[in-house]
Write a protein that binds this ligand. Sequence first.
Ligand SMILES: [Fe+2]
Length: 207
Amino acid sequence: MAEISTLFVTRLYRAALNDLAKVPVDYDELKRTCETFAEDDEAGQQWCEDNGYPGYTSYASLSDLAWRSPLFADLTKALDKHVAAFCKALEFDLQGKKLKCDSLWINILPEGGTHASHIHPHSVISGTTYVSMPEGTSALKLEDPRLPMMMNAPLRKKGADQAVRPFVYVKPLVGDVLLWESWLRHEVPMNMAEEERISVSFNYNWG
Ligand SMILES: [Fe+2]
């Protein structure tokens, strides 16, 4: 019997944020807080307009959400625990250190908005927690990082195992957190729902 090994694994972490939260995060309140930040952040709105960004992101304008809002401080504490659990699963030798959240930002994607394929440079672990996922809104699309090297690789059969597919779509629930290594290319396809798709994304790096 032949032996087929699995090498160079790409891991995706998914959990309910509040499973590890000391102070549970109320996602209804988080949604209202995200909407309020978006309404009040004129510099952020201007940045989105200048850069052709659909909807709103606080990425370029608010770098201290955890300091501005106790809710975001609680959220970050819970994320710290999930990231630590993921690092353990990845068997990272962190040499006694912990990865730290060095950026955390709000994304509000309106109907018709997309977020094109990208990676998160200068970071180790990246991820998102989902605040509002209306019926019919986009999944997260993840891409095999070896695609540029697959010069003549065949397509995969319909219903092929997720582990061997070149693209994987993940549809998280409100309250979920997804984590991946920051080099993993991902995108948010078009939001086909009428309502906004709201999420909070973050990067963790060496402290
Ligand atoms: Fe991203």
